[in-house]
Design a protein around this ligand. Sequence first.
Ligand code: SIN
Length: 279
Amino acid sequence: MTLSIQRNGAVGALVSGVDLRALSQSDLHTLRDAFAEHGALFFHGQQLTPEQHIVLAESWGDINVNRFFRAVPEHPRIAEVRKEPDQTVNIGGGWHTDHSYDQIPALGSMLYAREVPAFGGDTLFASTCAAYDSLSDGLKRTLLGLRAVHSSRHVFGAQSAYVQSAGDRLGNADAASQDAVHPVVIRHPLSGRPSLYVNPAFTLQFEGWTPMESAPLLEMLYRHIARPEHTWRFHWQPGSLAFWDNRATWHLAVNDYHGERRLMHRITLEGGPLEAYSH
Ligand code: SIN
């Protein structure tokens, strides 16, 4: 089997010719370089037990247990991302980057498809690095001086409509007490590229600005990041795995498969502190 990496477009690359149960040191090295370059890696045709999924994640780094997602039975370090045929709300159905409400956000997640609908249930990805690159020099200069406030409270707290509609899939609402402040443009920890680090799910406002003052510029940035030329759509098969970097991408789980079941296992990896990008 020969490992090959095919770039998608602005975000991610499709990796073939590799069995994620048996990575050599040389494969891992190649995948680490590709992850830094492309921001997300996609694989099809994998056959991972939960234990092998954990071994794969640990070959990359330390596991971060998400405090709000229900865990896979008997596997407390694997989060379950599930939608049943009688449910209408899915998990992660709006553009977001995971854990930006933490002062040290998670690096990314390895999401593995166990059951997928016959049609739909794709995941969209956007490159926050490509989105920064395609801004004007004037707006780039303005953004370099800004920081933004992020929170988990309004999404995972007890009052959140999302939590109320997710049923038993989300919990631990009392733990939704995190606020964090991050530079709006971070230096990507692996590639060194500038990356826009705001997202519609968790970012509340620019530091020192009111929410009303912040909203127009944040919304412009959200529309800009989600432009088609910054995105890629991944179509899942049972045994597909997506591994994305939260510091370089956004993602959105498309909710277009009502009446069918979709079951994914997600392992999240610990990240490191974020730094502001400067020239
Ligand atoms: C997530 O937001 O982590 C879930 C993405 C997906 O289910 O496609």
